[in-house]
Structure formats: C-alpha cells, structure tokens
Design a protein around this ligand. Structure first.
Ligand SMILES: Cc1cc2nc3c(=O)[nH]c(=O)nc-3n(C[C@H](O)[C@H](O)[C@H](O)COP(=O)(O)O)c2cc1C
Length: 351
C-alpha cells in the first residue's frame, strides 16, 4: 500500500494524538514492529511559520520513526502552504492536515473540523499545500460536523481533486466527540467514492479489529489511536494475524520494560535539548533522581501519568498502578513503582 511513493508495510498506522504520540512514544511503538506509519501530534501552522521553539519541538522526529507524517492545523491557505514547506524542509515523508479536531480552541479559528463546514475553503487550503510541496499531502477528517452535516464522502472527493494523496476518516462527527461508535460503513462508502487510499479510524482496540477493517472493505489502511495507548504491541499482533500467524502474547516484563524505556527516552530528550542537563545512561538511577521532581522530571512524571490513564486499562490491578504513578514525586520512585508492579508482581507500595 502506498501514499504517493511512500510504501506502507503493513497499512497500519499510529494515529495522531495530541499530548500522547510524542517522538519517544512513536519510537517505542516502531520498535515493537508492525507499524507502517507514525503521525506526530498536531502542530500549529502559525507556530511553525513564526518559528516558535515549542511548536518546532512537537514536529521533531528521529530516523527510526520513518516513514513519518507531520500533522499540521490551521485554516489560512498561504500559511498552511508555508507550514507544509517547513515540514518538507524538516525531511518529513508526508504532511497531514487536521480536519477532525472538534476542540473549540482550534475549531473556532477555521481550523480542525470546522474546515468540514466550509468545503470550498478546505479545498483551497489543500490545493495551496499540494502546490507548495513535493511530498504527499494527506487529510484527516471526521464523518462531518454533526448528524445533519455528514459530508465525509463529498469532502474526500474534493480533497482528491485538490491534490490530496490519501485521506483518513474518523467515523464520528465533531458533535459526537468520542461518544457513540465510529461508523465504518460510512468510511467504506468514502473509500468507494475516491481513487486515492482511504484510512479508517475509530475503536480498534483488539488486533483482530485492525485486520477486520481492511479485509474486503475497500478501506486501504487503519489508524490506531487509543488501542495503541493501551497496547503498543497491537500493530505487531495485527501484522501477525494478517499474515496468518497467531498474535504473540506480551509478558508483564515487556509491558514494564516499555514504561521504563519511555521514562529513559523522555529524560534523554530533555537532557539533549537543554544545555547543561545531565545525560543519563538508559536505565541508570542516580542519587539526583531521589529528589522531589522539579522541571523536566515533573514533566516526565506527568507524561507517564497521561499514558497510564490508557495503558493501565487492560491490566489486572491496573487502577493500583495508575493511582501509584499519580502519587510518584521523583523519577526514582516512578521507576520503583513500575518495577514493583511488573517485575515483582507485588501490589505497589503506597507512600
Ligand atoms: C488523546 C487524544 C488526542 C488526539 N489528538 C489528535 C490530533 O492531534 N489530531 C488528530 O487528527 N486526531 C487526534 N485524535 C483522534 C485520533 O487520531 C483518532 O482518530 C480517534 O481517537 C479515534 O480512533 P481510536 O478509537 O483508535 O482512538 C486524538 C485522540 C485522542 C484520544
């Protein structure tokens, strides 16, 4: 399966998730195998064009993540075209435009899902981007704005005409946010109406769901969001099922190792970024880590708290881990909690 000249093998992708699919998480997912494409968190076109450091950080990626798609949001055709050129200059394989975000902060600026309410304007934005860059431009949309304005099939045709190389559809409306179910029949009808590849998104929690959604449906690929936050091995397992093999059972130790590796990558990331920060060898606890968390340590703990609200859902006693991680006040304590829970199979100690 290809988007432009970019080969996706297999056609299962890590969906963009603000606050969650940072470069550290994406790298770890890629290492588990079976993930054909990763998409960054959404990045502001305005921030890219103005060269704001924090925005540029969201767009950073590493070579091992390739192929990588950087998702941008905004509603101004010229700015979106310039932002797409910046993304291309950063070496990304694909630039994706967010037409699905229902959050008022984004949608009220003619960006995110509100672009679906202005199909002609949305088409202008995508045309401007496609003219400005050589890399494929893709569009991620929802079913429509609300129940009375379900227009993904029409939007997808317009996007194809504007030069999009693929579209992805989350089969809920903006009004639904995350309630109800993603409408995969609608996604199949979008796929039937265009000749570019169509990806579906929504509610693939088990690896079997991922495979089922592409078999005989005309849907080219699947974006997995929350299912990958619960189980980052979902891609590896889906790829096994798709090729007729049994999915591998993931051990408790592997699940614990994933979180510890995430802590290490996040710590190193900050250490690499800020001059003067100590560099930690992966897995090394230092005396400094026993100190109550401040600054970047606190940021790492908060990232783990955010991931754990999903990661613990499929685990026995997951709520214990979640509560314990929420109480962690240092990196050393955070590591200790993860090790106790996954490696020693003891109930985590509460402070
Ligand atoms: C925490 C979170 C953040 C998200 N952020 C984005 C985003 O930045 N851009 C985007 O296009 N979709 C975003 N989404 C939507 C997902 O990409 C996906 O379409 C949706 O969650 C449905 O798929 P799922 O059921 O596999 O999670 C986000 C979803 C979640 C849960």
């Amino acid at each position: 399966m290809k988007i432009g000249s970019i080969d996706l093998a297999p056609p299962f992708a890590l969906a963009p998730m603000a606050g969650m699919t940072d470069t550290a998480f994406r790298r770890l997912v890629k290492r588990t195998g079976g993930c054909g494409l990763v998409v960054t968190e959404m990045v502001s076109s305005e921030g890219l064009v103005r060269g704001i450091d924090r925005t540029l950080e969201y767009a950073e990626y590493t070579e091992e993540e390739r192929p990588v798609s950087i998702q941008i949001f905004g509603g101004d055709p010229e700015k979106m075209a310039s932002a797409a050129q910046i993304v291309e200059g950063m070496g990304a394989d694909i630039v994706d435009i967010n037409m699905g975000c229902p959050v008022p902060k984004i949608a009220k600026h003619n960006a995110g899902c509100s672009l679906m309410r202005e199909p002609e304007h949305a088409q202008e934005v995508v045309s401007a981007m496609a003219r400005a860059v050589k890399i494929p431009v893709t569009v991620k949309m929802r079913a429509g704005w609300d129940h009375d304005q379900i227009n993904a099939p029409e939007m997808a045709r317009r996007m194809e005409d504007a030069g999009a190389a693929a579209v992805a559809v989350h089969g809920r409306t903006a009004a639904q946010s995350y309630s109800g179910q993603s409408d995969w029949d609608l996604i199949a009808s979008v796929a039937a109406g265009v000749s570019i590849p169509v990806f579906g998104s929504g509610d693939c929690i088990e690896p079997e769901d991922v495979v089922r959604r592409v078999r005989g449906t005309g849907i080219a690929g699947v974006l997995v969001g929350r299912g990958a936050l619960r189980n980052p091995w979902i891609f590896e397992q889906a790829a096994a099922i798709a090729s007729g093999r049994a999915p591998r059972i993931i051990s408790e130790e592997e699940r614990g190792r994933f979180l510890l590796d995430y802590v290490d990558l996040l710590l190193n990331e900050r250490a690499n970024e800020a001059e003067g920060f100590r560099h930690l060898a992966p897995g090394t606890a230092s005396a400094a880590e026993d100190r109550p968390a401040r600054g970047h340590d606190r940021w790492v703990i908060n990232k783990l708290r955010a991931l754990n609200s999903w990661y613990t859902k499929g685990l026995d006693n997951g709520s214990h881990l979640r509560v314990a991680v929420n109480s962690a006040d240092s990196i050393a304590r955070l590591r200790g909690i993860i090790e106790e829970f996954f490696f020693q199979r003891r109930p985590v100690r509460m402070l």
